[in-house]
Write a protein that binds this ligand. Structure first.
Ligand SMILES: Cc1cc2nc3c(=O)[nH]c(=O)nc-3n(C[C@H](O)[C@H](O)[C@H](O)COP(=O)(O)OP(=O)(O)OC[C@H]3O[C@@H](n4cnc5c(N)ncnc54)[C@H](O)[C@@H]3O)c2cc1C
Length: 344
């Protein structure tokens, strides 16, 4: 495989930071990926895997080899039960390759009349990255419909198929994220259904359809989610960003009660025994950051969870602002905010 030297990565991730990779390659098939890994091993090049670049903040120089996943393909598996057609089936297994654009794949499933992914419409990125942080939105996480994940061990070249339990999914987390240097996801199999109930209970979704009219198909739910997201989140093609910059923190009951006493409007949801998930956006907003912009980086004025980079500033500037936000939230609420995107 030919590796490109000093590849400009600026347009290959959504945060807009100026960046170059020591070497770069796009792989379009499993054999290409395997031979690339072998060559990188021989040349002692550390590997960074890249999907759509929507959850990474690249430093000015990325050492080693950046491997962009370009493997494409979507396939409905034959063994979808004993039923004669997809429409009659209770469950339909669909396999998608890692390089497929996530939103295009979701749209395709909805157009086939298959339910399960509609609430995850318009999330940027690729199929292969979706399991990494167990992407979620509007009351659904991708783990709810993942059946299997196939991944290559970067060190041995072994292909392993993980069933859902083996993926160790948690909130914005999986074993692939917890063990970052080990696996490259090559394909994901989803368990979808033409009979899956619509999931419309998530508060923000409900508020919207109660005034706009209740959706009655997967495609209509997908369109509704797209509309809400377009209103709420900045388009990375217009304003560079990587979506939510912080995870919603979980705190124990004692800390939650202390915050609630002082700030009765705190946005929180029960999350397990004596645990509460706090809305990180609310915490950041209460610290006065919403709409703040300085020296080309800032906080989106409609959603405080999103750091924006209209000045196309380098990763150091993003990290600097993120630390200040973390410090102010810790000082005011005693809560630690964890960064969601990968700083590479
Ligand atoms: C505007 C906006 C809105 C967003 N909204 C949401 C949301 O609602 N919910 C949500 O969960 N996320 C959201 N995100 C985050 C992001 O879209 C997801 O995390 C997405 O899955 C990232 O996909 P990607 O292909 O761009 O990954 P990349 O950014 O390219 O990579 C992310 C990480 O995964 C690794 N990786 C990528 N592909 C593979 C692979 N095939 N095998 C192994 N490792 C891999 C990379 O090395 C990196 O560490 C949003 C981002 C933006 C910009």
């Amino acid at each position: 495989m030919e590796f490109i030297v000093n590849q400009d990565l600026s347009s290959l991730h959504t945060m807009g930071c100026r960046s170059t990779a020591q070497s770069f390659v796009v792989v379009y098939s499993l054999p290409e990926l395997k031979s690339t890994l072998e060559e990188a091993r021989q040349r002692a090049l550390p590997i960074t895997v890249l999907g759509g670049g929507s959850n990474v903040v690249f430093s000015e120089h990325v050492p080693g080899l950046v491997v962009k996943m370009g493997i494409l393909g979507i396939e409905v598996l034959e063994n979808f039960g004993s039923e004669a057609s997809v429409e009659d089936a209770e469950v339909v297994w669909v396999k998608a390759q890692a390089g497929e654009n996530w939103h295009h794949f979701v749209r395709w499933t909805l157009q086939q009349g298959l339910g399960g992914l509609e609430n995850l419409s318009l999330i940027p990125g690729t199929v292969g990255a979706a399991p990494i942080q167990n992407i979620g939105a509007y009351g659904v996480e991708v783990k709810d419909v993942i059946s299997e994940v196939s991944a290559i061990n970067r060190n041995t070249g072994e292909l392993k198929i993980f069933d859902r339990d083996e993926c160790g999914f948690r909130y914005r987390d999986s074993i692939f994220k917890r063990d970052p240097g080990k696996w490259i996801i090559v394909e994901v199999t989803f368990r979808l259904s033409p009979k899956a109930p619509l999931k419309l209970d998530y508060a923000e979704l409900k508020k919207f359809w109660e005034s706009a009219g209740e959706p009655s198909s997967y495609l209509e739910v997908g369109a509704l989610v797209e509309e809400i997201r377009r209103r709420k989140l900045p388009d990375p093609d217009v304003v560079p960003n990587s979506g939510s910059f912080f995870k919603n923190p979980t705190v124990d009951d004692q800390l939650y009660q202390r915050i609630l006493d002082e700030y009765p409007s705190v946005v929180a949801f029960p999350s397990g025994v004596n645990q509460w998930k706090l809305a990180a956006g609310w915490l950041i907003q209460e610290c006065g950051w919403k709409g703040f912009v300085d020296d080309g980086v800032g906080v989106f004025d409609r959603q405080a969870l999103v750091i924006i980079n209209p000045g196309y500033r380098p990763a150091a500037a993003i990290k600097g602002l993120a630390s200040k936000i973390q410090q102010s939230v810790a000082d005011k609420f005693g809560v630690e905010l964890e960064i969601e995107p990968f700083i590479l």
